[in-house]
Design a protein around this ligand. Structure first.
Ligand code: ATP
Ligand code: K
Ligand code: MG
Length: 678
């Protein structure tokens, strides 16, 4: 991740920009999007008019008080705007950086007839073919259709080490604005101008298309309802009071209204949402919508790959054993021949094992043979030799079936050897030539450290983890036990993932998964949270609702934690805000009546200096609680993994009770200060 991205939210220039933006946001057309704060703004204007033209309102003896109320109200609105502007700030700065990388690039477009024409990148359309050579920028998103190159993707990922992109397979997708550092590739463009990855990224980080999530809409409806209820209460309070000869002044009623309506959460709500999205972005994950981040917070089931997600994924040959009458020299040689052109880490590790163990084989046997590439569907790889013999290595059950279809008989000790390896958590690969099984390759892989703790945390949050693997049931069981996942599916083919997701969803569960291949795309689309790897295919990235720029599949765990934290922060601050308003009621209602009927001194339970200072203190508290809570809204509440119901009761205790107590203490303190000069 680059440094620019990690910039603190509270850095000088960002704060200065946010201050400016909070004034600009006073525009009523903008304010109206936040009805709670809009009501405060209307109140502010009314009190301003009463201060400016006291004659009209019979308020000549209250100019000082009214001016103070006006100023406090104005700051209440400004503070709320500031919270939102601050939350937006880092994204805007990031968007500016990205826009600079987007400056016009020239592209070498392949024209009909095979020649190359230089055109501006903005003229490229889906389906166009371009050639990009060493040192040049890739002019648009696309797929490599010819060649191999190393590409510097730091402009989008922040990671400075170049990555290899090549035609075919899962590493063929390239992003416009990145640079080819060596070699030359031919690319088929896959997006029209304005719809590229960088365009989407810019729109995302600057929040241009930020839409309220269903959760936010529901909460907003609640806040608006509360506001309307209190508006009715306060508006009818005046006439009712005057009926019993109590005259309540308009600025006092407005102060009461502002104290009662949920200004704290109303002022912080959008900042909480933006900051939650921003936390995900800082983590180098692009969420396509706020909804995706929230869904992450509600996940019940998480589907994880074994190899590369739970384990390091560098499955290395650590031993080769012979079975039946085969000699170890023969077995090793066939294992090597089956791997001559297998470019997977597993395949290469077999050849490395040969070298390390001083084993030799006749590579010439393979010459002119046709390579059989590893496929997740067949779970085998190998080579068809020119003399007609077929050499294979692969999952034991796959080889067993393959040998059986040719009428071969499997040696008795194959199962024993395979099971031994599998029960140690290794992956056994059987080696066979035509009808004869020669032995087993022991592929070793290690569970990443700390996995057990992370799964324990997920369990504590009530999330079920399911490991999916193409490996045999015994290896799967061993790794599942070692890593501490709740359940596993062995010998799974890519389409099995989508079946698991559907099964969980039918039970009403929300499911998260990661993936990178084209065959993961349907499952990524089906999952409620699909995290695609940036190194993966375009299809996977388009199907997913999140993309991890660092291509680390285990990040899904943290993304879920960030989602949970977002939901918790919003819940906690809503509880706090509403509890606060209830408490303020006790400070301000007695003061109002004491102002009208001085004999009602008995109501002054809080022993506040005077009715006027009580009202001002409540209003000041109501205003400053917003900036005081900005750091919490931005950083999120402290997060400990536990079940939803325990979280709820804990939050009610901390934020509900805290929300009731805080105003009593705060208002009392402010009153002691205010009373000095009132
Ligand atoms: N290069 C290879 N040649 C032959 N067989 C292989 C090769 N790589 C893996 N296999 C076999 O195919 C099986 C499936 O591999 P695949 O990569 O699809 O799934 P996996 O890596 O085991 O599981 P995951 O879904 O966790 O990545 C492996 O368990 C192994 O038995
Ligand atoms: K309030
Ligand atoms: Mg795999």
């Amino acid at each position: 991740m680059n440094d620019k991205r990690k910039k603190s939210m509270f850095s000088g220039p960002l704060v200065a920009d946010a201050l400016k933006a909070s004034a600009i946001k006073l525009n009523p057309a903008v304010m109206m999007k936040n009805p709670v704060m809009f009501v405060v703004e209307v109140g502010t204007v009314i009190v301003l008019l009463m201060t400016l033209f006291p004659g009209y309102f019979d308020a000549k003896d209250r100019i000082g008080f009214n001016l103070t109320v006006f100023l406090i109200l104005l700051f209440t609105v400004l503070f709320a705007n500031f919270a939102e502007a601050l939350a937006e700030g880092r994204g805007k700065a990031q968007a500016d950086t990205l826009k600079r990388t987007k400056k016009e690039i020239t592209a070498n477009k392949v024209v009909n007839g095979g020649g190359v024409k230089t055109v501006p990148s903005t003229e490229l359309r889906k389906g166009d073919i371009v050639v990009v050579s060493q040192g040049e920028m890739i002019p648009g998103d696309g797929e490599v259709i010819e060649g191999l190159a190393s590409v510097d993707e730091s402009a989008i990922t922040g990671e400075s080490a170049p990555v290899i992109k090549e035609a075919g397979g899962d590493f063929n997708s390239v992003t416009g604005g990145t640079r080819v550092v060596s070699d030359r590739i031919k690319i088929r463009i896959t997006s029209d101008p304005g719809e590229t990855f960088i365009d989407r990224m810019i729109a995302l980080v600057e929040g241009a298309k930020r839409q309220k999530t269903p959760n936010e809409i529901a909460l907003n409806t609640l806040l608006i309802s509360l506001t309307i209820i209190f508006l009715i209460v306060v508006v009818t309070l005046g006439p009712i009071a005057s009926y019993v000869d109590v005259k309540l002044e308009v600025p006092v009623l407005i102060a009461l209204l502002v104290c009662l309506i949920p200004t704290t959460i109303g002022g912080l709500l959008s900042a909480i949402g933006i900051a939650g999205m921003d936390r995900v972005t800082q983590f180098n994950v692009l969420a396509m919508s706020g909804k995706a981040v929230e869904a992450a917070g509600d996940i019940n089931t998480m589907i994880l790959d074994k190899t590369g997600t739970i384990t390091f994924g560098n499955r290395m040959a650590s031993d080769i054993v012979a079975v039946g009458d085969a000699r170890i020299e023969e077995t090793a040689a066939w294992a090597a021949i089956a791997s001559i052109r297998d470019e997977t880490p597993e395949g290469r590790s077999v050849l490395e094992w040969m070298k390390k163990n001083g084993k030799t084989f006749d590579a010439a046997i393979g010459e002119g043979g046709s390579f059989v590439e590893f496929k997740a569907e067949t779970r085998m790889s190998g080579i068809d030799l020119p003399d007609g013999r077929q050499v294979r290595k692969g999952a034991v059950d796959a080889i067993r079936k393959w040998v059986a279809t040719q009428g071969g008989v499997v040696p008795e000790d194959l199962s024993k050897q395979a099971d031994r390896i599998a029960s140690e958590g290794g992956t056994p690969l059987a080696v066979a030539v035509d009808k004869q099984v020669f032995g087993v390759i022991y592929l070793k892989d290690t569970v990443k450290p700390g996995m057990k703790e992370r799964f324990d945390q997920l369990r504590a949050m009530g999330i079920k983890t399911i490991m999916c693997t193409g490996d045999n049931p015994l290896t799967a069981a061993t790794i599942a036990r070692e890593a501490g996942v709740d359940d596993f599916i062995a010998e799974s083919k890519p389409e099995d993932k989508i079946a698991v997701i559907r099964r969980e969803q039918v039970d009403g569960k929300l499911v998260a998964m990661t993936g990178d291949g084209t065959n993961d795309a349907p499952a990524l689309a089906q999952a409620d949270v699909g995290l695609a790897m940036n190194s993966g295919t375009t299809a996977a990235k388009e199907a997913a609702n999140m993309v991890d720029l660092d291509s680390d599949p285990s990040k899904i765990i943290e993304v879920v934690a960030i989602g949970k934290q977002l939901l918790m922060t919003r819940g906690a601050l809503t509880t706090f805000s509403i509890a606060n308003d209830i408490a303020k009621y006790f400070a301000i209602i007695p003061a109002m009546f004491m102002l009208a009927i001085p004999q009602m001194d008995a109501l002054n339970v809080m022993q506040l200096g005077s009715p006027l200072s009580a009202i001002l203190s409540a209003l000041v508290f109501n205003a400053i609680i917003i900036p005081l809570l900005i750091p919490l809204a931005m950083k999120g509440v402290a997060y400990r993994p536990m079940s939803a119901s325990r979280l709820l009761s804990r939050n009610l205790l901390v934020y509900g009770l805290g929300g009731i107590v805080a105003p009593f203490v705060g208002i009392k303190l402010i009153d002691m200060l205010v009373h000095v000069w009132i």
